[in-house]
Ligand binder design. Sequence first.
Ligand code: PNS
Length: 160
Amino acid sequence: MTTAVVPGTFDPITSGHLDIIERAAHLFDEVIVGVAASEHKNGTGPLFTADQRVGLIQEATAHLNNIRVAPFETLLIDFVRAQGGDVIVKGLRAMTDFEHEFQMAALNGRMNSEVETLFIMSAPEFMYLSSSAVKEIAALGGPVNGLVPNCVEKALRNGF
Ligand code: PNS
């Protein structure tokens, strides 16, 4: 039995994240979506609380039966070990992701060489999609349908 951990900030989960999670769910026996609870991006805190992000991912992945969603505040590699994970799975979009992902994979591998990091190439239609872009579009009243799961679109439009 192989357990994959798909980690991220997921503030909020996008259609690109969901595509990676679905593809990982087909490849591995069990997938744990790890939500980095207190991750700060661009000097600001997350828009959605960790609980809200976990809830939105649970709702968006309800059609998959080998998924678990859990928040974490530790090093990713410690979370993977605590959850009994074998593999870290990350989505790779444009080349701009590569440098940072390569660094994290190398450092995580150095801390625990038994946990492999694998990359799934983003689908072309999600190549330039990011949570930050979605938040900016939503904040300025633009359309985010198709960019995020329906539950996220609703949360961005109406709040919780
Ligand atoms: O989707 P993101 O925001 O790019 O995900 C980044 C994340 C959460 C996977 C990364 O920041 C992470 O692993 N954070 C946990 C702390 C940690 O382990 N840092 C050292 C990485 S080498």
